[in-house]
Ligand binder design. Structure first.
Ligand code: DSN
Length: 435
């Protein structure tokens, strides 16, 4: 960093301010985390210089002998982590991984069925403003509005919808869904209608790797993920094949043949289908992160992420907040602020003034626009990495509540910000980037 300070003080000054922001504030965005120094070091290496189109041992460029080794290591570690037989670690992001899945298994105009963005799904699961909704015929299932399954997916409704629209592919996965998924039920629906089953586990990959949530790999034909979020690696993506290769294209082929067919389709969809050269410095960083996630300490971390989310849920409920689905099974909460007379936009902005970072989020059946929203999404992965436990998360809820009770009061924002800084100082984060 000292070099950068000398050679480009403008960029250095911006980086320093961002690191200070991360050090001094409460990071509650559910999709963010804090990576280790080792994960960052691998990214900041000369591997960024290397072109390596193709796969290890089959490249279109010379000089790939060492990047081959690191990609192989990343692949082996990912397979061990998710107990599966095939991965592609080249997608630049979760959205790129998802695009490759569409390219491999769908033709433009084909129908697929996924969770509605407005009910917690993701842009790449068929939003009309995303390629997935522009190129393909997107149909959606959602969560229940009322009754015992309020805020949750009713699998009978998913089955009815699948029977009605006969999708070629069904997606599972979400960016704001607080409950676990019933993969066996999804698989039985996919089998009934002859659809590929795809899980986008971007949010929960770390919790799944640690065995803290249901495992999609035995049920889904293909699984995609980001490698940051709960997995706590670099910002990037990955594709995995499920461990049951029975699929609508190859029911009669032997297992090894089906694995080959599916993996070749997906490899080709990543490169040359979607991407050019893979980012070898990021792949090296993925290898480091997967190595960390294979350690027993990562299991303990993942358990604490969920325990802390439950502590937060209880504390918010006790303070009269309305949680979509009434609580959480995973790392995030979706808070419906309509009962508090607040929009998500106003809440995000008021909390921001106190250096508490959240994101505004649509709640199911929202009447506000996606830019305003009626909710906020909060998560525990980042502050759990920092060392926060139940006591700290209870303090966090008290601080959030103080701000949201008087969102326009600058005096409260200022005093909460002072407490936030004191709390953060007790759990130091990065001291090396700003040296
Ligand atoms: N943008 C991510 C999130 O915040 O959930 C999903 O890709």
């Amino acid at each position: 960093m000292l070099d950068l300070q000398r050679t480009d003080p403008d960029v250095h000054a911006i980086l320093r301010r961002e690191v200070e922001r991360q050090n001094d504030g409460l990071e509650l965005i559910a999709s963010e985390n804090f990576v280790s120094r080792a994960v960052m070091q691998a990214m900041g290496t000369p591997l960024t210089n290397k072109y390596a189109e193709g796969l290890p041992g089959k490249r279109y460029y010379g000089g790939c002998q060492f990047v081959d080794e690191v990609e192989d290591l990343a692949r082996e570690r990912a397979k061990a982590l998710f107990r599966c037989e095939w991965v592609n670690v080249q997608p630049h992001s979760g959205a790129s991984a998802n695009a490759a899945v569409y390219l491999a298994f769908m033709q433009p105009g084909d129908t697929f069925l996924g969770l509605d963005l407005a009910h917690g799904g993701h842009l790449t699961h068929g939003s009309p403003v995303n390629f997935s909704g522009i190129l393909y015929r997107a149909e959606h299932y959602g969560v229940e509005k009322d009754g015992p399954l309020a805020g949750r997916i009713d699998m009978d409704r998913v089955r009815d919808k699948a029977r009605a629209v006969r999708p070629k592919m069904i997606s599972i996965g979400a960016s704001a869904y607080t409950r676990d998924f019933d993969y066996a039920a999804f698989r039985s629906i996919a089998d009934e209608v002859g659809a590929h089953l795809w899980m986008d586990m971007a949010h929960t990959a770390g919790l799944i790797a640690a065995g803290e949530l249901n495992d999609p790999l035995p049920y889904c034909h293909v699984v995609t993920t980001t490698t940051h979020k709960t997995l706590r690696g670099p910002r990037a993506g990955m594709i995995l094949l499920g461990t049951d290769y029975e699929n609508p294209f190859g029911k009669t082929a032997p297992k090894s043949g089906r694995l080959k067919m599916m993996s070749e389709l997906l490899d080709g969809a990543v490169f040359p289908g979607m991407q050019g050269g893979p980012l070898m410095h990021v792949i090296a960083s993925k290898a480091v992160a997967f190595g960390e996630a294979l350690q027993p300490a990562f299991h303990d971390y993942s358990r604490r992420v969920i325990d802390n989310a439950q502590v937060m849920a209880k504390a918010f409920l006790e303070r009269g907040y309305d949680l979509v689905s009434g609580g959480t099974d995973n790392h995030l909460l979706l808070i419906d602020l309509r009962g508090k007379g607040l929009t998500g936009k106003d809440a995000e902005s008021a909390l921001g003034r106190a250096e508490i970072t959240v994101n505004k989020n649509m709640v199911p059946f929202d009447t506000q626009s996606p830019f305003v929203t009626s909710g906020i999404r909060v998560g525990t992965p980042a502050m759990t990495t920092r060392g926060f436990g139940p006591d700290e998360f209870e303090r966090v809820v008290a601080l959030v509540d103080r701000v949201l009770s008087r969102p326009a009061d600058d005096g409260i924002a200022e005093s909460v910000r002072d407490e936030v800084r004191t709390l953060c100082d007790e759990f130091p984060l990065y001291d090396f980037v700003v040296a």
